[in-house]
Design a protein around this ligand. Structure first.
Ligand code: TRP
Ligand code: SF4
Length: 511
């Protein structure tokens, strides 16, 4: 663990931003550390190394996508499809949390907007103040936490979060979250936290507790009933997302997989068996038997383990089936599942095979029986990831460097001036700029337009970009226009903050 000076939600971007969803070269350095000074120099690595998927793949399925989605600021996701389906059925949730370590700033605004967008599109919305985490991982005292927490919530409300429809809480006040955290702690051990977060013998227990608390935050929307949930965060939070997805699975009573024979196989052999089955099935009228499949495997593939399992199974038919593996079931629940499976089934020591059930139905059934018998039935939480903003002074946007970022509480005139003195992607002289065009892709000012100032107006964002790269636009005017927009935005936002103050005071969230 490194120091506490770093603000994870907007930092980390030394990398070169592209509006088209790609990124420029850069080094191979990818480190994801929620409390450290992790850097994301090449977003592509996140796909390759950590299995985050490209948002481009799902963008077409989003109806009325947010401008952050359209402009590639939201660049990645994990299983977001499930949330889109859930939202269509009014059965989905969104949740994100904020450590109250300083003023809310324009980096946090991205996440506020993402929560609000999902709320407006039918998701049940949750937002929380991670006060336990701020206290244990960042050492903030409770007075500071109180002040910052109010400021975060005021901005969230001012931007349009509906607290009647959604839920706001602080970790320290939410008993259900703490109870769930305790349960999740039973499934989490020290070696795992060491591997994921680099914790060691010096790490204090409260810091570890703040991890399981965040796990509980992430699963909290599913406490009443399981449903698809999206967690909008920066990529630095991905280790948390991965652990939460793991824990969601570990808490399940049953695991559902597909199989072709009664013996267990690993994922790759299962795929191989699927292929073998497809090639042999229907070749002649007779059923495919394991011993015949063994011959086929011996001829066509080199998979000695699979081959010997098939030989051992002898005359057993090779047939597609869904398999319910017993993870945490007691006898009563196991029996209830057996009874609930329609059609042909076979019961084994730790699993049940069903021959007439589709995969989706099987998943639903497993969840239903689990929930009926007191289990949680969690879906693995989904996530979406946004790019970090570049600092106005170039390099990282960091809350410890005031000139590098714009706080939502900055005086509007200060905001104006910070934009006016920002670094740009412009050329040395106006002449060169006219000739070569500016480098909008490397310009913090262009980012301000794309991430915030252009708001829903794609034409404005495109015009700035086009005019910049063709040399029609010069940085002085461009910054003036941006600075004025920033001043207006801050004015407007701060007015709205004042308006929602009574609303905040009427909320029962322990502030
Ligand atoms: N760890 C997050 C941060 O550093 C805050 C947080 C706590 C959070 N619980 C969460 C974020 C749940 C997303 C979901 O800011
Ligand atoms: Fe950036 Fe605008 Fe200059 Fe282009 S013209 S480099 S977008 S400040």
């Amino acid at each position: 663990m490194t120091g506490h000076e770093h603000d994870a939600s907007m930092d980390e971007s030394d990398g070169v931003e592209r509006t088209d969803g790609g990124t420029a070269g850069g080094t191979d350095d990818v480190a994801l550390d929620p409390w450290g000074s992790s850097t994301v120099e090449d977003y592509r690595k996140l796909f390759e190394e950590f299995g985050i998927e490209s948002f481009d793949d799902v963008l077409d399925s989003v109806s009325q996508p947010h401008y952050l989605m359209r402009r590639g600021v939201i660049f990645g996701h994990r299983e977001y499809e499930r949330v889109l389906e859930g939202m269509a059925d009014h059965n989905a949730a969104v949740l994100s949390g904020f450590m109250p370590t300083g003023d809310p700033h324009i980096g946090h605004k991205l996440v506020f907007d993402e929560i609000i967008w999902h709320q407006r599109h039918g998701a049940d919305a949750f937002s929380l103040i991670a006060d336990l985490e701020a206290h244990s991982a960042r050492g903030l005292d409770w007075d500071e936490i109180e002040t910052h927490a109010r400021d975060y919530i005021l901005s969230l409300l001012a931007l349009g979060f509906d607290p009647e429809a959604g839920e706001l809480y602080r970790q320290s006040e939410n008993r259900e979250v703490q109870d769930l955290a305790f349960e999740l702690g039973i499934e989490t051990n020290l070696s795992e936290l060491q591997a994921i977060y680099g914790f060691d013998g010096e790490t204090d227990v409260s810091h570890m507790q703040s991890v399981v608390t965040q796990m509980a935050d992430i699963l909290y929307p599913q406490l009443e009933e399981p449903r698809p949930t999206v967690i909008p965060v920066g990529p630095d939070q991905d280790p948390h997302v991965r652990l939460a997805r793991d824990l969601a699975a570990r808490m399940r009573t049953f695991k559902v997989t597909e199989a072709y024979a009664s013996f267990e196989t690993d994922e790759s052999n299962r795929e191989l068996l699927g292929a073998v089955y497809e090639q042999l099935d229907g070749e002649d009228e007779a059923v495919v038997r394991c011993e015949a499949a063994a011959e086929f495997v011996a001829e066509q593939y080199s998979a000695p383990e699979l081959e010997s399992s098939l030989r051992a199974a002898g005359k057993e038919p090779l047939r597609h089936r869904v398999r319910f593996l017993d993870r945490n079931a007691d006898e009563e629940t196991f029996t209830a599942l057996i009874d609930a499976i329609d059609g042909e089934k076979r019961v084994y020591e730790g699993h049940i095979d069903a021959f007439d059930l589709g995969r989706t139905d099987a998943h639903e059934l497993a969840r239903e029986i689990e929930v009926e018998h007191g289990g949680y039935g969690f879906y693995p939480p989904s996530s979406i990831y946004h790019r970090f903003m570049t600092g106005l002074t170039g390099g990282k946007m960091s809350s410890s460097i005031p000139a590098s970022h714009i706080s939502l509480l900055d005086d509007p005139q200060t905001g104006y001036e910070k934009v006016k003195s920002a670094t740009t992607g412009g050329r040395d002289t106006a002449e060169k700029q006219r000739e070569l065009g500016g480098e909008a892709d490397d310009c913090p000012v262009y980012e301000l337009y794309a991430y915030l100032l252009a708001d829903d107006d794609d034409d404005l964002a495109t015009t700035v970009y086009e005019e910049c790269v063709t040399g029609e636009r010069l940085c002085g005017d461009c910054k003036e226009q941006a600075a004025v927009l920033m001043r207006e935005f801050l004015n407007d936002h701060q007015e709205k903050r004042e308006e929602v103050e009574p609303l905040l005071d009427s909320l029962d969230i322990g502030l």
